[in-house]
Design a protein around this ligand. Structure first.
Ligand code: FAD
Length: 351
């Protein structure tokens, strides 16, 4: 099957691309390896709530319906994305797992666990959730307790009455610590002192900061990133409540695990479990056959496309692919820019 554009990934980024591809009149399909719509929002821990109100969490076109009180839960986003893709009649095929992408005359061949697809252009919108990052520490294999990554965390039930180490200085760590600390003793380990945003700063302010940054970049001004990075901890109600309980204190990272805990070489703490909230990496293994140019920080991009590869676009992986592009409200801006780039070159020829 041949298309002008194949979008890989049917989460929020893939749908935002679909919205603009449809408006541009391009012939496209979205391939997603999940059984249902909703991307990674389907797999987040059930207590996770957005850090912005619904009206600040919308994809292009149709706004997210408001939530009755406070910030919406992840399940509300799943419902929204399900309706969104039906509303715009986006051509999503699932479950279809893309295994590899190869250059062919005039474009790309996309091999999946079923059929192969041909496309003049490929938009990668595979997110990061399927690639949890585990750092490497001496003794990890010897530790006798439970170790899990934030990607596998669901509820605090398994930690009742235990002593649990939480590793990581971002929002996932703060939110998971806030929840587990209601049933267990928690010790929080971070590489650097966590940066808490002021209580009145939520996703709205962060998006405004990202917008300023996008404008500055577009007008050629110096990068103003880092004023209030999206990695800083948003004081959502459960995290504020954990602070009131006095459990939101980070200690320096340990240097090794032991059979029953962790050590920094001087002191040892016994632990029953460790939750690694250590982030994610872009899910790009299917692009390996292309041998893309990379430097120390990843594949090199010019705007949204891979350097020297104008018809291979990346969307939604974070500031790397556009300010706030990993957020619901931010991804629309980069999706529009990416599709404009394709559409400006005229009708994209099929291979
Ligand atoms: P995903 O949602 O991961 O979608 C990618 C899709 O591609 C998935 O369905 C995946 O299975 C599929 N896929 C992957 N590889 C392949 C392949 N080879 N073939 C086919 N399909 C494939 N954002 C906000 O806007 N507001 C918030 O309040 C907010 N809070 C957050 C809190 C936490 C703790 C976390 C972790 C994230 C939060 N985010 C928030 C960010 C946001 O949830 C993610 O950045 C977003 O879901 C990424 O969307 P995506 O479409 O890029 O990726």
């Amino acid at each position: 099957m041949k298309y002008e554009v194949v979008v890989i990934g049917g989460g929020q980024a893939g749908l935002a691309a679909g919205y603009y591809l449809r408006r541009a009149g391009l012939d496209f399909v979205i391939l997603d390896d999940q059984t249902n719509a909703g991307g990674s929002w389907q797999d987040y821990w059930p207590s996770l709530h957005l850090f912005s109100p619904a009206e600040y969490s919308r994809l292009p076109g149709w706004p997210m319906p408001s939530w009755h009180s406070g910030f919406p839960p992840a399940s509300h986003v799943v419902d929204y994305l399900q309706v969104y893709e039906k509303k715009y009649d986006l051509p999503v095929r699932r479950p279809v797992a893309v295994q590899s992408v190869h250059r062919v005359d005039g474009g790309y061949r996309i091999d999946t666990d079923g059929e192969s697809y041909g496309a003049a252009a490929v938009v990668n919108a595979t997110g990061t959730w399927s690639r949890p990052f585990w750092p490497s520490y001496p003794g990890m294999r010897e530790f006798g307790g439970t170790q899990l990554h934030a990607a596998d965390y669901r509820t605090p039930d398994q930690f009742v009455g235990k002593r649990v180490g939480i590793v990581g200085g971002g929002n996932s760590a703060a939110q998971i610590l806030a929840e587990i600390s209601t049933v267990a003793e928690t010790l929080w380990f971070t590489n650097r002192e966590p940066r808490f945003l002021p209580d009145d700063v939520d996703g709205r302010v962060l998006f405004d900061v990202a917008s300023d940054r996008a404008r500055a970049l577009a007008s050629g001004d110096a990068d103003t990133g880092g004023v209030a990075g999206l990695g800083d901890i948003v004081m959502v109600p459960p995290v504020r409540e954990a602070r009131e309980r006095g459990v939101l204190h980070a200690r320096p990272m340990f240097t090794a695990l032991t059979s029953d805990g962790v050590t920094d070489g001087h002191t040892t703490e016994t632990l029953d479990a460790i939750v690694w909230c250590t982030g994610f990496r872009p899910a790009l293994h299917h692009l390996r056959p292309l041998h893309l140019h990379a430097d120390g920080s990843g594949i090199m991009l010019d705007g949204n496309h891979v350097r020297d590869e104008p018809n291979l676009l990346f969307l939604g992986y974070g500031d790397w692919t556009g300010p706030a592009s990993a957020t619901l409200i931010g991804v629309g801006r980069t999706a529009r820019a990416a599709v404009d780039t394709l559409a400006r070159r005229g009708k994209v020829d099929q291979p």
